[in-house]
Design a protein around this ligand. Structure first.
Ligand code: SF4
Ligand code: SF4
Length: 422
């Protein structure tokens, strides 16, 4: 632990207590509690590193009250890497105190790929027992409160797909004259929850004469595990994925989920320990591209169909600050005939999902989400495009609860529509 503290110290001493991070922290804005700001957390970790505070479960709860939205890191005038610091702290706290048994079991389940797959397929078949359809058809509502799963009876969640994405396509999707050969890393959400977005991505790539391999043995990217501090599971999943993807010698690794993309491209660098796998990851990371980046590089196809819609775009934290993708989705949407693009205020502000944050602190995450929905509705848009499944789920929940007419779509689905690939 000493080496951890020494590393923390290098960051902690840089904090000049200026409070710039307060002005961008959604959790602070929603709860008005200094402990929730980056500055407050830095102060707590400073006390730990000086031996004045223990790694207690109370501190663990405080460190979990953070969306890991990365909004505080880029604006910090002293360059404190708050994002890295908070992940490291969660890791130390989980090592000391453990994680709730439900989380631990769920994360361990991710390492048994076939069992996990079977579990979700069974879940899709029997979800009607625990969930009923939401009134406006946007998703499902729990029949009884399920606090262990972070589900109140008002929370609308998407149904599990009865036919996951990876059962809808062969592993290798050939084209007549391939211009490139890519791996499509679907991750869990596109596979089990939003297969239609994944289908759009495969069809777009094939329309550009790209051979698409959807590796059958891919595992969860590990984000839920390592952001909760479970580095044992996070590292195992990261190393398995890198070994699998490196073996394919692909021209690019395409992602359609912001969190998966940010993990594969950046986060794995501080998780993987095996030197050989780390080297493979270093060679691979530059090839990881969000689908919108890849289509911009290829150039939109000609002869686009009109998509008559007013569209606004929400920047997922893991795309805008995780992968540096912000202009590409807008560029594509604005280039499609028929689309009236309307930028919303604070488009790059976190939607409040924050992975497991919204399960633990649903009311806070709803408050933050409501600001997003207010801004989206002010644009008059009828479609909100985004590129993160967790954001989509959380925003759809909020829109359903306020009976909004806005529909959420993955940017790739809108491109596929313009390509006539529905
Ligand atoms: S912005 Fe950076 S330097 Fe300023 S209080 Fe926050 S962490 Fe400290
Ligand atoms: S990562 Fe986001 S939620 Fe966490 S302290 Fe920074 S700004 Fe606040």
């Amino acid at each position: 632990m000493e080496s951890n503290y020494a590393q923390w110290q290098k960051q902690l001493v840089k904090c000049i207590r200026c409070g710039t991070c307060r002005s961008v922290c959604p959790v602070f804005q929603a709860s008005d509690n200094e402990n929730t700001t980056a500055r407050g957390k830095v102060k707590l970790l400073e006390a730990v590193s000086e031996g004045k505070l223990e790694l207690t479960p109370e501190l663990q709860a405080r460190m979990s009250k953070c969306l890991l939205c990365k909004a505080c890191a880029p604006g910090c005038p002293s360059g404190v890497r708050t994002d890295e610091l908070f992940l490291s702290a969660r890791r130390a706290l989980a090592a000391k105190n453990g994680l709730p048994i439900t989380k631990k079991l769920a994360f361990t389940g991710l390492t048994y790929r076939k069992l996990f797959d079977l579990g979700l397929k069974m879940g899709a078949l029997f979800q009607g027992i625990v969930f009923k359809n939401a009134p406006d058809g946007r998703g499902k509502l729990a029949r009884i409160p399920l606090p262990g799963a972070g589900l109140s009876q008002r929370r609308i969640i998407p149904p599990l797909a009865t036919a996951p994405l990876r059962t809808r396509f062969p592993e290798i999707n050939q084209v007549a004259s391939p211009q490139a050969r890519v791996a499509f890393y679907t991750g869990c959400m596109l596979n089990y929850v939003y297969p239609e977005s994944g289908e759009a991505i495969v069809k777009i790539l094939k329309a550009h004469d790209i051979e698409v391999v959807i590796p059958a043995k891919q595992s969860c990217c590990g984000t839920p595990a390592f952001t909760s501090g479970d580095y044992q599971v996070g590292r195992y999943l990261a190393e398995e994925n890198v070994k699998l993807l490196a073996a394919g010698n692909y021209d690019a690794i395409i992602t359609g989920c912001a969190s998966c993309g940010a993990a594969l491209k950046h986060e794995y660098g501080s998780i993987i320990e095996d030197p050989a796998v780390k080297k493979s990851w270093e060679d691979l990371a530059g090839k990881v591209k969000d689908i919108t980046q890849f289509v911009v590089d290829l150039g939109l196809k000609k002869d686009l169909r009109e998509v008559n819609a007013k569209i606004t775009y929400h920047d997922p934290c893991h795309l805008v600050r995780g992968m540096g993708v912000t202009k590409e989705p807008r560029q594509l949407l604005k280039a499609i005939p028929g689309i009236e693009y309307a930028e919303m205020k604070d488009a790059a502000k976190c939607c409040g999902a924050g992975g497991t944050f919204s399960m633990a602190y649903y009311d806070v995450s709803r408050t933050i989400n409501d600001w997003k929905l207010d801004n989206a509705e002010k644009t008059g848009a009828n479609i909100l495009a985004t590129g993160c499944s967790a954001c989509r789920m959380h925003i759809t929940d909020g829109l359903g609860q306020r009976a909004s007419r806005i529909k959420v779509m993955h940017t790739a689905e809108i491109i596929a529509k313009a390509y006539g690939l529905e």
